[in-house]
Design a protein around this ligand. Structure first.
Ligand SMILES: [Zn+2]
Length: 424
């Protein structure tokens, strides 16, 4: 559908000014000047509106959304074994679908337009992503010790890629070895070989906790970063979730190999893992992106919450207010994520880019007065200001009403699923 957004505030090239944006099919076809012969099917009045690039959640597990607020404030192993695992192990494919649908509804409501997801139930997240209209990058989580060609999980991952519906290119795939403690060296090397052969990216949890570092050092004499590199994983574009506990030489290695890092501040704090050295990694030239991780360890998928945490934590940790600023934070939550995911024309408001946008209502206390709209996005907005979400030129929410999803049905199913799984 051709859409014209007339005379709104818009974040373009790091600056917020008044602009008109013209959308033709799935792309931004013009800024301030409509393309020749353009006829808008819909006109959005930009008065009191701020248009930003759609937000990219670069690391999550959408099927886990119903696990929010279970087993909180407990030691890590108790959280995992008494909270997360019993639910995870009894979830059916249909449960995972409704879990993912709950996540999609939450993401659309907070202006997220792309998410990078590691999951266990093939086709469930894919079906939900297709129906929601969101842009998705999916990896089936891979866990194993010795590599063999007929490994069940690898076979499933490749099956999802080859047999699933990619929603006209809106859904793409990576390989997702879970973590150094769940993917043995031989297995990981096998996964890296497949990635090289098939031109796939790799998405993996790395260096999340001190226990992971200590065990791997004892067993392999390597840091998680060295481990992944030695297995050949960094020979393809690699996206590393967490990197909380990394050494200076790990940082140097990741910078050299062009690894992208996804920092997940809420999840790292909630599980008592600390803070990733974002300032240092950024100074080394690493592409830093932002993610929420799953709702079991966050407990929301609200990237506005995450942006605020990211900017504030690193000022505190580094004892300086001049550290990760608002503009940089927004870049980490948009264009940097898109770059890491191999989505070349996503993450910016620019002619020729995909029409993935979030439109915020400025007529709300958190956005007034308009001293700095850029600052308000990171330091005072909370996500509820998002009025309209557009992906691939399709309106997924308008006036806070979801257009592609039946919210009532999703909430009912997610709630009843947890009652059945004994955790409500
Ligand atoms: Zn994760």
């Amino acid at each position: 559908m051709n859409i014209a957004i007339k005379n709104a505030y818009a974040l373009i090239g790091g600056k917020i000014d008044r602009h008109s944006i013209y959308i033709e099919k799935d792309k931004i076809a013009g800024i301030d000047k409509a393309p020749e012969g353009f006829r808008a099917k819909k006109v959005i009045d930009g008065e009191n509106r701020l248009v930003i690039p759609g937000i990219v959640n670069a690391h999550t597990h959408s099927y886990m959304a119903p696990m929010r607020n279970i087993a909180d404030d407990l030691p890590f192993m108790e959280w995992l074994t008494k909270g997360v695992e019993p639910v995870e192990n009894s979830m059916t494919d249909e449960d995972a679908y409704w879990g993912a649908m709950l996540a999609m509804a939450e993401m659309i409501r907070c202006g997220t337009t792309t998410f990078n997801d590691m999951h266990m139930h093939i086709f469930s997240t894919q079906k939900a992503a297709k129906e929601s209209g969101l842009r998705a990058v999916l990896s089936r989580g891979l866990v194993g010790d010795k590599y063999n060609k007929s490994d069940r999980r690898i076979t499933e991952a490749l099956k999802e890629m080859s047999e699933g519906d990619n929603a006209n290119g809106r859904i793409t795939y990576m390989l997702g070895p879970h973590a150094p403690y769940s993917a043995g060296f031989d297995y990981l090397r096998g996964v890296a070989d497949i990635a090289k052969e098939q031109g796939l990216r790799i998405h993996m949890h790395l260096a999340e906790s001190q226990a992971e570092i200590d065990n791997l050092k004892k067993e392999q004499g390597l840091t998680p970063i060295e481990y992944a590199d030695k297995a050949g994983c960094f020979d393809v574009p690699f996206i590393a979730a967490h990197c909380v506990k990394v050494t200076d030489s790990d940082i140097e290695l990741m910078a050299k190999k062009g690894v992208s890092v996804v920092t997940n501040p809420a999840s790292n704090m909630k599980l008592g893992n600390g803070f990733a050295p974002v300032k240092k990694m950024k100074e080394a030239g690493i592409n830093i992106c932002l993610g929420t991780d799953g709702a079991a360890s966050n407990n929301t998928l609200n990237m506005f919450h995450e942006m605020s945490l990211l900017a504030l934590i690193h000022k505190g940790v580094n004892d300086t207010p001049v550290c990760i600023g608002a503009e940089e934070t927004i870049e980490m939550a948009t264009i940097n994520g898109a770059r890491a995911l191999g989505l070349d024309n996503v993450g910016k408001i620019e002619e020729g880019y995909k029409a993935d946008l979030a439109i915020l209502d400025l007529n709300t206390p958190s956005m007034v007065p308009r001293n700095s709209l850029l600052s308000s996005l990171v330091y005072s907005a909370n996500g509820s200001e998002v009025d309209t979400t557009i992906v691939n030129g399709e309106i997924l929410m308008e006036g806070r009403e979801l257009k592609t999803l039946d919210l009532e049905k999703i909430l009912y199913n997610a709630d009843h699923m947890m009652e059945r799984l004994g955790k409500a």
